[in-house]
Design a protein around this ligand. Structure first.
Ligand SMILES: NC(=O)c1ccc[n+]([C@@H]2O[C@H](COP(=O)([O-])OP(=O)(O)OC[C@H]3O[C@@H](n4cnc5c(N)ncnc54)[C@H](OP(=O)(O)O)[C@@H]3O)[C@@H](O)[C@H]2O)c1
Length: 245
């Protein structure tokens, strides 16, 4: 059985922020959003961390490109996804999976399921957060998903990169500086002590959106835990033909 392709997608400022300290993350042009929506349409599922849901209340649907909506997956240890969130309000129409741990209160799970979500409990092994290796193994086994697009935020990006679960990174650099030591960066977490430990990336393509001044950088993760460095079958290649450039 082929393994899933996991692509991290984000937009950041030149100083690496994906949102301001006040959680404003609106930094992409419409042109770039169209590209992201085409990536969604080419994915089986879009995954986000719960803090992104709470901050942005995203829909994660395909509206600015042609194609079907992918499933949504929220990584949410205690099932805090609000029933009134846009994702849960549309969970009866668009497949929505919430990955929780054994710590999730039963009442929260019932509320999410009533809204139409499929709640999947992944044992945290005492670590408190969703065990992403176990989640991906379960998704691979039970869903038939082949392409997962991860749309942040910084904590989820760190966990996936640290565990070697991400194959590709597509990041738009917006011509803007946000500053702010409390602003969320592309990758959060504990980070590495030595730069030499940092995760190595291979640049596949760099596109310049001349009208907006954005630069779209497409990287392959040089080596991941699954021993793959990407084989050209990822989302970006699937979408190149649909980009407006
Ligand atoms: N510009 C962009 O492209 C972009 C994209 C997305 C988000 N954002 C911004 O990013 C910010 C949110 O990012 P964030 O870094 O604060 O949070 P995040 O990555 O969205 O969510 C992190 C949360 O997910 C839950 N989680 C459960 N298991 C996890 C695991 N194994 N690894 C990591 N997280 C796990 C944890 O909460 P529990 O313990 O409660 O489960 C954790 O605190 C928002 O301001 C949003 O606007 C920007």
């Amino acid at each position: 059985m082929p393994m899933m392709k996991v692509t991290i997608s984000a937009a950041m400022t030149v100083d690496g922020k994906i949102s301001t300290a006040a959680s404003d993350s609106a930094l992409s042009s419409r042109q770039d959003l169209r590209r992201v929506h085409a990536l969604r349409a080419a994915s089986d599922a879009v995954m986000v961390g719960i803090s992104t849901v709470l901050a942005d209340d995203p829909r994660l649907t395909v509206r600015l490109a042609k194609g079907r909506n992918p499933a949504r997956i929220i990584v949410d240890s205690t099932c805090r996804t609000p029933p009134q969130s846009r994702i849960l309000r549309t969970a009866r129409k668009i497949r929505t999976i919430i990955a929780v741990t054994e710590k999730a209160p039963a009442a929260n799970i019932v509320a999410a399921e009533r809204a139409g979500a499929q709640v999947v409990t992944i044992n945290s092994g005492g670590k408190g957060q969703v065990d992403l290796n176990a989640l991906f193994a379960r998704l691979e086994k039970e869903t038939g998903f082949r392409k997962i697009l991860v749309e942040g935020g910084g904590e989820l990006n760190w966990s996936l990169l640290r565990l070697g679960l991400a194959d590709e990174l597509v990041v738009t650099v917006a011509p803007r500086i946000a500053g702010g030591r409390l602003a969320t960066t592309l990758v959060e977490g504990d980070g590495f002590d030595a730069m030499s430990e940092g995760i190595k990336l291979k640049l596949i393509e760099a596109d310049c959106l001349e009208e907006t001044g954005e630069v779209v950088l497409h990287y392959r993760v040089a080596r991941n835990r699954r021993g793959r460095g990407g084989d050209g079958g990822g989302l970006f290649n699937a979408c190149r033909g649909t980009e407006s450039r």
